[in-house]
Design a protein around this ligand. Structure first.
Ligand code: EPU
Length: 438
C-alpha cells in the first residue's frame, strides 16, 4: 500500500526549481538508441519512473544501459541487442505505453516485436490502432495472441505513404522510428510537430537519418541501411514547467523555473498572461508569478502543437478556479480528460462539464457523449479534502489545488506523480510548501 501525502495549504510558493529533459522526448530518444550500431549518450535525463521503465526494457533486450542519475547522463550500448522473454517485457512494461514504440526498432534489429498489455494514464481509451496501422503500412504483420501482440516483418520493412487521420504524437513517432531504417522513402502527412518530436528528429539526424519537415506538416524520411549512435541534450520539460507555473499562480507565489524555454512554451505563456499571471523571461529560465491583482477568466481549447497542449489543461483548470468570472475550457485531444474536475468541486470549485464543443471550433468528440468541455466559475475558495490521484497531470493538479486550499488535504496514490515530475517532494520543500507522508 502506498503512503498518503498530506498537504497543509495556504503557503505561498516562492523560490527556484530546475526542470531537466522532457519525459515525452527522453523516453523516445532512449528507444531510438536501439536503432544505432554504436552507443548513444543522452544528457539532462530527469530522475523519473518512466526513464527507469524504458531503461529496464532496453536492458531486457540486451542493451547495456549506464545511468548517472545526478548528472542526468545515460549511455546506451545496443551492440548486443537480443530477443527478450515475454515475461520480462511484461514485468517492466506494465505501467507504460512506451513498449509500442519499440516495435519498429526491434523489427529492424531482430525481425520481431512483442507488445504486452499497455498501461499509461487512464485518459480516455488510449487505443493503439494508429500504431498498428502504421506498422502494417511498412509491411509488418500483426498477430494478436494471448500473450500480447506479436509483430513480424517477413518481407522486411519498406518506405510507405502514410496519412494520419489525426496528428497523433505517438503515431508520428512510430513512423519516424520505423521509417529511418526502412527500405526507400516514407512520406507522412498530417503529422504531429510537437517540439518533442522536432527534438526526436534532431536525435535521429545525429544518428545519420535524413528527415525533412515541410510547412504543411508533411514529413519525408529517407531510409538508411545503418545508423550510428548520438550525443544529445534533451529539450527541457515544458509540461513540468507549466505545472509549476500554475502552482505559483494558485498559491499567489513566485517560482523561477530554471531551464524553462520560451519558444516551446509560447502558447502557454500567452494563456498564462491572459489569465493575468506575470512572467519574466531570461536565458536561464522563466519566472512565473501572481501579480497581486485579480486573475481573469478566459476561454481556451487544447489542440495539437502549436495549439495549447492538453497536458497543460489540468493545471490551468485549477488556476481558473481562482479567476474572476466564467472560464471555458474545450479539451479536443482526449475525450475523457476532465474527470478530475469532480474532486476539485469537492474541494469547493465550481466546474460543470458538458458534452458540447464549447468555446471554440467543433472537434471530433462533439455529439459523441464525451464530457469534454468545462465551464469554471470563480474565484472560489478551495478547502482541503481527501483525494486520489487519477493520472499524472490530474494528480499534479490535485497537488496544486491542495497547496492553494485552506486546511489539510490527504492525497492517495501520489507515487503516480513520480512517473513524470522529477523530485517533486524536494522541489516543494525548496518552494516552502508544507507536507508530510505516512
Ligand atoms: N489515438 C488513437 N489511436 C492511436 C493513438 C492515439 O485514437 O493509436 C488518439 C488518442 O486516444 C488521443 C489522440 O489520438 O485522443 C492523441 O493521442 P497521441 O497519440 O497524440 O498521444 P500519445 O502519443 O499517446 C503523447 C504524450 C501525452 C500527451 C499526448 C498529446 C507521451 C508518452 N505521451 O501521448 O502525454 O498528452 O502525446 O500531446 O509522449 C503525459 O505526459 O501525461 C501524457 C499523457
Amino acid at each position: 500500500m502506498s503512503s498518503t501525502f498530506h498537504v497543509r495549504g495556504g503557503h505561498t510558493l516562492d523560490g527556484e526549481i530546475t526542470v531537466r529533459g522532457a519525459k515525452n522526448l527522453v523516453s523516445k530518444a532512449m528507444v531510438a538508441a536501439l536503432l544505432g550500431e554504436q552507443p548513444s549518450v543522452l544528457r539532462s535525463v530527469p530522475d523519473i519512473r518512466d526513464v527507469q521503465i524504458v531503461g529496464e526494457l532496453l536492458k531486457v533486450h540486451g542493451v547495456k544501459v549506464e545511468r548517472d542519475v545526478e548528472s542526468g547522463v545515460i549511455r546506451m550500448d545496443p551492440s548486443a541487442v537480443e530477443k527478450a522473454h515475454v515475461a520480462d517485457i511484461d514485468a517492466h512494461a506494465g505501467s507504460s505505453r512506451i513498449p509500442i514504440l519499440f516495435c519498429g526498432p526491434l523489427l529492424h534489429r531482430l525481425g520481431e516485436a512483442i507488445i504486452p498489455d499497455l498501461g499509461g494514464c487512464r485518459i480516455g481509451d488510449r487505443p493503439i490502432n494508429y500504431h498498428l496501422d502504421v506498422l502494417r503500412s511498412f509491411g509488418a504483420v500483426v498477430d494478436k495472441r494471448e500473450m500480447g501482440i506479436y509483430i513480424t516483418a517477413p518481407d522486411g520493412l519498406h518506405g510507405a505513404n502514410i496519412h494520419l487521420e489525426y496528428p497523433s504524437v505517438g503515431a508520428t513517432e512510430q513512423v519516424l522510428l520505423t521509417a529511418v531504417r526502412a527500405e526507400g522513402v516514407t512520406e507522412l502527412t498530417n503529422a504531429a510537430v510537437e517540439p518533442e518530436i522536432e527534438d526526436l528528429i534532431a536525435v535521429l539526424q545525429k544518428m545519420g537519418a535524413i528527415i525533412s519537415v515541410q510547412t504543411d506538416r508533411t514529413i519525408i524520411i529517407e531510409g538508411a541501411d545503418t545508423l550510428g549512435g548520438y550525443e544529445h541534450v534533451a529539450i527541457p520539460d515544458r509540461m513540468e514547467a507549466g505545472s509549476w507555473a500554475c502552482a505559483a499562480l494558485v498559491t499567489k507565489g513566485s517560482v523561477f523555473v530554471r531551464g524553462a524555454q520560451q519558444k516551446p512554451m509560447a502558447t502557454f505563456l500567452n494563456t498564462f498572461r491572459k489569465i493575468g499571471g506575470g512572467i519574466d523571461i531570461s536565458e536561464e529560465g522563466i519566472r512565473f508569478y501572481h501579480p497581486g491583482t485579480p486573475l481573469k477568466a478566459i476561454a481556451v481549447e487544447t489542440d495539437v502543437h502549436p495549439g495549447l497542449m492538453t497536458d497543460w489543461q489540468q493545471p490551468l483548470v485549477v488556476a481558473l478556479t481562482q479567476a474572476d468570472g466564467i472560464s471555458i475550457v474545450h479539451e479536443t485531444v482526449y475525450e475523457n480528460r476532465l474527470g478530475f474536475t469532480s474532486a476539485l468541486n469537492d474541494m469547493g470549485a465550481h466546474i460543470q462539464v458538458y458534452r458540447e464543443c464549447l468555446g471554440g471550433s467543433s472537434c471530433r468528440f462533439g455529439r459523441r457523449n464525451f464530457n469534454h468541455s468545462a465551464v469554471i466559475s470563480g474565484p472560489k475558495t478551495l478547502h482541503g479534502a481527501e483525494i486520489t490521484v487519477p493520472d499524472l497531470r490530474g494528480g499534479f493538479s490535485y497537488l496544486i489545488a491542495a497547496l492553494g486550499a485552506e486546511g489539510i488535504s490527504a492525497i492517495h496514490g501520489i507515487d503516480l506523480i513520480d512517473r513524470g515530475y522529477e523530485q517533486f517532494r524536494e522541489k516543494l520543500t525548496a518552494l516552502g510548501a508544507e507536507f508530510w507522508e505516512d
